[in-house]
Design a protein around this ligand. Structure first.
Ligand code: ASP
Ligand code: MG
Length: 475
């Protein structure tokens, strides 16, 4: 595929791209491939494994556990050894990086003490985990400067404005756009070809509290950067990953899979939402809003033709179904009652209760009799939901019968070809029926790009494979 000239290329490097000398060299190589013809913005995640360690540090600090010190020690050593490995200690950048590390470790130590004294809270957790990206990105900047590039560090709390949903915040795009253009615009405009290095994963609220964008959130940061510059530059985003792109099924489950080379934002969103962990789902929404071409490319083979490009076009190829994806472990809640469920407002009360408590609803299906409503939630949220419903002044009453099934899987059959193609659902059910898979509930997204099927977990592998053979692998 020929490379179109784009003015700004935003590149997202994940934690495994930034762990040792070899991966930093690869990172530089990938940057070089685009640097000639484009202005470059890099968005970096924390060094591999660091976010988990920081979350652990937060929890230990809350419990005032002595392990805190050894976690801090470990964090320090990991970053220090990366700096030692990649930056020549005769260069001034070496000292800048080490000093930055030391100062930030001191701050973290102080924070740990504070948490021991006050009540733990998610906003402090967000401050703590943001250090992962702050350190990695600063190190990248110093590394690039030490080998002769010009790069500038930008901490994303200065430019990414979010709501205050700590731990899973969403960007406020119009305010962010102004901040980004104000802070980063002049760097891009300068004639010096400066590489802008932006910390992934976090932003801040209007009162300057640090928020994080949810796990894998650096993808979203990259999408936001492209979004902000798309009106003035031709932007594209490259997400460097340790896979070639989106596959049409999960290789751990399906016995055959293939790479999806061209896919629309809509289809990619469905894939990301229903189980594919390749991209943060919200970043696709942001890419879609301004039609920013987005590529998922293999980090270690940057010139390979095997990658996924995501654009607006829905390629309605001969296959009705492009991909089959799944969430193996979900819980399904059924609320039944004679007529109560159908009373006006009941459903909205239900979803407000869950929404206010940060419960993510994966699918909803209501039978036409309106006597019950069924919905899917993350397996991890099941206890919380059970507690919320049983203690609610409305749903805890005897006329509601609440049932939660835990051995449930969700399969989403995805493809633009389903649009206006009659009979797809029928074929799905007959395929599953012939193979003795019992369908417990179904839901169809309004986009008509997916059909969601709820089955018992024991049938999940079989169901995916028979559907794959019937729809995807049948040519
Ligand atoms: N470091 C964060 C995480 O591990 C964000 C990211 O990797 O994108 O979730
Ligand atoms: Mg990560």
């Amino acid at each position: 595929m020929s490379e179109k000239k784009h003015s700004v290329v935003v590149m997202k490097f994940g934690g495994s791209c930034l762990q040792d000398a070899k991966s930093f060299e690869q990172t530089t190589h990938n940057i070089n491939l685009y640097k000639q013809n484009n202005k470059i913005i890099i968005v970096a995640s924390a060094i591999k494994g660091i976010t988990d360690k920081l979350i652990n540090f937060y929890h230990r600090s809350c419990d005032e556990q002595p392990e805190c010190e050894s976690i801090l020690e470990d964090l320090f050593i990991t970053h220090q050894s990366v700096i030692k490995e990649i930056i020549n200690d005769k260069k001034p950048e070496y000292k800048y990086a080490i000093d930055f590390l030391q100062n930030n470790m001191e701050e973290l130590t102080q924070l740990g003490r504070v948490i021991g004294l006050i009540r733990p809270s998610v906003d402090i957790q967000d401050i703590i985990v943001s250090y992962g990206e702050k350190l990695s990105t600063f190190i990248v900047t110093q590394y690039l400067n030490s080998i002769g590039y010009k790069s500038e560090f930008v901490s994303s709390d200065e430019i990414i404005r979010t709501d205050d949903n700590f731990g899973r915040a969403l960007p406020i795009l119009d305010e962010t756009e102004l901040l980004v253009r104000d802070r980063v615009g002049p760097i891009l405009e300068s004639s010096d070809n400066i590489i802008v290095c932006v910390t992934g994963f976090y932003g801040s609220t209007k009162d300057k509290k640090i928020t994080t964008l949810g796990r894998g959130g650096s993808d979203l940061t990259a999408a936001i950067m492209a979004y902000c510059f798309q009106p003035t530059y031709n932007c594209k985003v490259i997400y460097w990953k340790d896979v070639n792109g989106f596959l049409n099924a999960d290789p751990r489950i399906a016995h055959k899979t293939a790479l999806l080379k061209n896919i629309s934002y809509l289809e990619a969103k469905e894939l990301a939402f229903f189980g594919s962990k390749v991209l943060h789902p919200v970043c696709l929404d942001v890419n879609e809003k301004r039609e920013i071409p987005s590529e998922i490319r293999p980090f270690e083979d940057p010139e390979s033709n095997e990658f996924t490009i995501i654009t607006k076009e829905i390629v309605k190829d001969d296959k009705i179904i492009k991909a089959i994806t799944s969430i193996q472990k979900i819980s399904m809640v059924t609320i039944a009652s004679g007529t109560m469920v159908s009373l006006p407002g009941t459903v909205s009360k239900l979803f407000s209760l869950l929404g206010d408590n940060n419960v993510n609803i994966i699918f909803i299906s209501q039978s036409s009799s309106e006597n019950n409503i069924t919905f899917g939630i993350d397996y991890e949220d099941a206890m919380k939901v059970s507690f919320l419903l049983r203690n609610s002044s409305l749903f805890g009453k005897q006329w509601f019968n609440i049932k939660i099934d835990h051995e449930i899987s969700l399969i989403a059959v995805i493809g633009a070809g389903m649009l206006h193609t009659p009979g797809v659902a029928g074929k799905i059910f007959s395929t599953l029926g012939e193979n003795n898979v019992n369908v417990m509930a179904i839901a169809q997204g309004s986009s008509e790009l997916n059909i969601t099927i709820i089955i018992e977990r024991k049938d999940c592998t079989k169901a995916i494979n028979v559907l794959y053979d019937a729809f995807v692998n049948n040519s």
